[in-house]
Design a protein around this ligand. Structure first.
Ligand SMILES: Nc1ncnc2c1ncn2[C@@H]1O[C@H](COP(=O)(O)OP(=O)(O)OP(=O)(O)O)[C@@H](O)[C@H]1O
Length: 261
């Protein structure tokens, strides 16, 4: 394996909703250009953790964060961080597609326009490239000005990915991106993740309950689990193949085996 460079370093992260502690002592590196999967039982704090990586968690209300999250060596919880810039560079794909009620074209152009004015030809090109990057071009090229909400669930999810790609993020956080999709739509999203993994500098973090999918798409896996006080911890992190064939911790082994059988 080539030298691994951390895009994000999480150092001793504790997280609270109000006074309720949800995550404790999470430390891990998320490597550049790799896919890291987060797995674990429901309620162990996977989504919460993901939202801490671009400060989306602060939209959840009264929250407290201790520890550090460094994005290319800068602590994102420092006061002077530009949140809009951070969330463009560390972009989030939710389990339910969250498109705007506007055209396919405008959805993808939206974030690009916020960053700054561009001539129409340039914008057209960015939109086309992003939709091609999201493996959706052939399906939508003749209806770019139709409502994005008329697309199927799987197409909407790939359009969300196109919208994120249009502003050239460094990291893509995906929270169960295939949730609720049928097998074919789910496979298309998975194929897209595979193709982004092969040909780009993009770093991806994906939460999935589908462990078969995790073994197919990820390079590294982190296993989260709630302790006896129902506080989430990262129990084990490693190369995906090792986590699934020879984990160190019995809790990881039990979870991986139970969900495979
Ligand atoms: N906005 C919120 N306010 C208060 N508590 C919350 C909030 N969101 C989540 N929680 C609680 O935090 C804990 C962790 O939730 P989280 O959604 O991060 O877990 P998860 O591992 O992603 O679960 P799942 O696999 O079911 O999506 C749970 O006990 C949950 O009830």
């Amino acid at each position: 394996m080539n030298k691994l460079i951390p895009a994000i370093r999480v150092k001793n992260l504790n997280f609270y909703y109000n006074t309720q502690k949800v995550l404790e002592g999470v430390s891990m590196d998320i490597y550049q250009s790799k896919v890291t999967a987060i797995i674990g039982p429901s309620g162990c704090g996977k989504s919460t953790f993901l939202k801490c990586l671009n400060r989306m968690i602060e939209l959840e209300g009264e929250v407290k964060i201790e520890g550090k999250v460094e994005f290319f060596n800068q602590n994102i919880y420092e006061r002077r961080i530009n949140l809009n810039r951070l969330r463009r560079q560390v972009s989030m794909i939710l389990s339910k597609p969250n498109l705007f009620p506007m055209s396919i074209y405008d959805n993808v152009a939206y974030g690009v326009k916020i960053v700054g004015w561009r001539p129409k030809v340039e914008l057209d090109e960015i939109v086309e490239f992003a939709i091609k990057d999201a493996d959706l071009w052939d399906e939508v090229k003749n209806k770019l000005h139709k409502s994005a909400l008329e697309l199927s669930g799987g197409q909407q999810q790939r359009l969300c990915i196109a919208r994120a790609l249009a502003v050239k993020p460094k990291v893509l956080l995906m929270d169960e991106p295939c949730f609720g999709l049928d097998a074919i739509a789910s496979m298309k999203v998975e194929t897209l993740i595979q193709s982004l993994r092969l040909r780009s500098e993009l770093t991806m973090v994906i939460i999935s309950h589908n462990l078969q999918q995790v073994t197919r798409v990820s390079d590294f896996t982190a296993f989260f689990y709630s302790n006896e006080n129902r506080v989430g911890q990262m129990v084990e992190f490693g190369v995906t193949k090792k986590i699934f064939t020879n984990p160190l911790d019995s809790r990881t082994r039990d979870y991986v085996l139970a969900r495979r059988s």
